[in-house]
Design a protein around this ligand. Structure first.
Ligand code: MOS
Length: 708
């Protein structure tokens, strides 16, 4: 990998270039696009969890003044592509989950649309539904693969096997001096980005423009075109600013397809559609709950001899989707005997989807909690126990790591946190009614690139360069960091770079997902800059900027991707106190140290890391979507019932990085940072709660009822 040599802009803690727009409220999000003669869509949602619609009566709704159209499966324009049930909106009368989109009212105002939606009568034939995940179900099945995405996921399908085995795990466990066998569970969570899922669809002549809150304009445009049977050139998706996503705006584009379909039926009128917060609890994906059994064996010296991780999750009956919950265990620790498995239950539930650190967020809670329990059983400090089991290479593939500075993260974190001196005995420290404890866990997430992006660079006047790529900024800092990468690649200042992103009319880009954005888009920009320099050098006059010269370059293949295991690492330390009488848990301090390669922008990177750690804290203690088995919906489907960690819930959160260049990942030497930061946090907190109280909570979230 040929890395960038000049780094004047990379590494600078620049303010976000879009910051002033955002703090003054002038950054235009999808729903704020200015469109004339707009109309509003309000969706109809299934009132049963399983069955089919047998009767539709829309007369009263259609008779309301101001109503332009009422769409159901009976009269919706037929879709050209319905292979994916998440996209095939209003395709049939089948109901696969409560809350499914089954129709839409389009009206002059949002109030009329909502009122008229209440006048539509739907009759159903129900069948018995089943929404409860249990480990003893006899219908658990092995998925095709354990990926970020199941069938239909396109760019995110990475085909990891569902099961792996090496050596003889049962023999390794049987002969171990110390053994652990424990089951951990994680809860259903909803992403809840601040900005809801939104689309404005508008037809002008033969062109469909969709202002859409999405993690990927290129992919969303492709999906809409395919679903509606349009030429890809006819669909343009625009998203300059996105108010958070966490995975929920990557793939399930039914809201965008429905708005586009409605715009076809009210020709010439732009259709505005936004999900309400409550609707997001059935229409925007969620993180699957999991049940995970971990078995560990170690010799008398505290070296692991066997590791087994068996994970169970759920998906919608209509669409297989498997998260790599146990894949972290394949690469984390050395042990000669090992196995991982994934099993799934198909339920009458909405389709789950990736949610920040899909797989690792859940899997590393289990593995790292087990590692803490095992360290205690071996009589070793949890930091020392992990260092003792650090692998020299990937334990299953034997590939070398492109960089793996996990031990440095542990040591640096322990130093900054003040890990020692630490009495390992639980309930050793107290402050009045507050029992105090500390815990540690490590973080990891793959650092990958997706092929499919391209960047264009055009020489402008006055030494300026226009850099174009259909990348997304979902709140992460893309507007700023890509400009920094472009500046160094072109060997100019950031001020000379005019960046264009968030528009599918630009050169294509893969979505902001899997912590792969900067690696993928940045590599394409560096390739384009190199091509531009070569072009300019070939012109008479040598390597001087010539206004109007433009090049486009795809992201090149990285041959090192097949030669190295590429992962980001981190270590997180937590101090908690637990009220002895009420069981209330407060996290006083979280310290994270991350090995994320070269840091493009320490300011935006730190924000992402702190945000992820906060989300990890929220997973540990607060977030929990509670499904009602009788009706199949999430009971606490609003912010009164679904608590997300706020300022008052977080004590001091500190994030640091080692900032060492990875020589193999990409030309910037960076690794992904968006997701690793919410991995391991919950295990660190759960272990700190154990240290404080002597109670090991293996079921997230750690609510006070589990401590009394
Ligand atoms: Mo991210 S959960 O891979 O969008």
């Amino acid at each position: 990998m040929n890395t960038i040599v000049t780094t004047r802009a990379i590494g600078m803690p620049l303010d976000r270039v879009d910051g002033p727009l955002k703090v003054t409220g002038t950054a235009r999000y999808a729903f704020e696009a200015l469109v004339d003669r707009r109309v509003y869509l309000y969706p109809l949602q299934a009132a049963i969890a399983a069955g089919r619609i047998t009767g539709v009566d829309t007369r009263a709704a259609r008779g309301e003044p101001g109503v332009l159209a009422v769409l159901t499966h009976e009269n919706a324009p037929p879709l050209a592509w319905a292979a994916d049930p998440e996209v095939a909106v209003l395709y049939s009368g089948e109901v696969a989950f409560r809350g499914q989109l089954v129709g839409a009212v389009v009206a002059e105002t949002s109030e009329i649309a909502r009122h008229a939606a209440g006048l539509v009568t739907l009759d159903y034939q129900e069948r018995a539904h089943d929404v409860v995940l249990r480990a003893d179900r006899d219908d658990l099945h092995k998925p095709v693969n354990a990926a970020f995405f199941g069938a239909g996921g396109g760019e995110l399908q990475n085909g990891m096997p569902a099961d792996t085995a090496l050596g003889d795990v049962e023999a390794g466990l049987a002969s171990a001096a110390v053994r652990l066998d424990a089951t951990y569970t994680t809860q259903m969570c909803h992403h809840n980005p601040m900005e809801p899922h939104t689309a404005i669809a508008t037809w002008t002549d033969d062109m469909l423009t969709v202002y859409c809150s999405t993690q990927g304009v290129t992919r969303t445009a492709e999906l809409i075109a395919r679903a509606l049977g349009l030429d890809p050139q006819q669909v343009r998706v625009i998203a300059p600013h996105v108010g958070g996503a966490f995975g929920s705006k990557l793939y399930p584009a039914a809201y965008a397809v429905l708005a586009a379909m409605a715009a076809q039926t009210v020709a010439g009128r732009p259709v505005k559609f936004t999900l309400t917060r409550q609707q997001m609890f059935s229409l925007a994906g969620y993180r699957s709950p999991t049940i995970q059994r971990i078995r560990l064996g170690a010799d008398a010296g505290g070296h692991l001899t066997a590791i087994a991780h068996d994970a169970i999750g759920q998906h919608a009956r209509t669409k297989e989707y498997a998260e790599g919950v146990a894949t972290c265990t394949r690469m984390m620790y050395a042990a000669p005997n090992r196995r991982t498995t994934h099993r799934l239950a198909a339920l009458d539930v909405p389709p789950p989807t990736i949610m920040r650190a899909p797989g690792e967020a859940q899997g590393m809670f289990a593995l790292e909690s087990a590692m803490d329990e095992m360290a205690i059983a071996c009589g070793l400090d949890p930091v020392e126990f992990r260092i003792r089991n650090e692998p020299a290479a990937h334990p299953e593939s034997s590939l070398p790591f492109s960089s793996r500075n996990l031990i440095a993260c542990l040591r640096e974190g322990a130093r900054r946190f003040g890990w020692q001196p630490r009495d390992p005995a639980p309930r050793a420290r107290r402050d009045g009614r507050w029992l105090t404890g500390t815990g540690v866990a490590v973080s990891t997430y793959p650092s990958i690139q997706y092929p499919g992006s391209a960047a264009a660079i055009r020489v402008g006047p006055d030494g300026r360069y226009t850099v174009s790529i259909a990348a997304a900024d979902i709140g992460t800092g893309t507007w700023t960091t890509l400009a920094q990468i472009a500046a160094d690649a072109l060997d100019v200042t950031v001020e000379q770079v005019q960046l264009q992103i968030g528009d599918s009319a630009l050169p294509p880009a893969t979505s902001a997902a899997a912590s792969a954005g900067i690696s993928s888009w940045g590599s394409a920009i560096v390739a384009a800059a190199r091509r531009l320099h070569a072009r300019l050098e070939s012109l008479p006059g040598g390597n001087v900027p010539v206004e109007g010269v433009e090049v486009t370059a795809p992201m090149p293949d990285n041959p090192d991707a097949a030669r190295y295991a590429m992962h980001t690492f981190g270590a997180q330390f937590a101090e908690v106190r637990v009220d002895e009488d009420t069981g209330e848990v407060r996290v006083r301090r979280l310290t994270g140290v991350f090995d994320a390669g070269r840091i493009i922008n320490p300011k935006t990177a730190r924000s992402q890391l702190i945000g992820g750690m906060t989300q990890g804290l929220s997973l540990a203690l607060h977030e929990h979507s509670v499904a009602d088995p009788r009706f199949g919906h999430v009971v606490n489907h609003d912010f009164a019932g679904y608590h997300i960690a706020s300022n008052a819930d977080t004590g001091s959160i500190e994030a640091y990085f080692l900032d060492e260049e990875d020589p193999h990942t990409n030309p910037m030497g960076s690794k992904g940072i968006g997701e690793v930061c919410c991995v391991g946090t919950a295990a660190a907190i759960a272990s700190a709660v154990y240290h404080a109280t002597g109670l090991r909570v293996r079921d997230l979230p750690i609510t006070l009822d589990k401590l009394l």
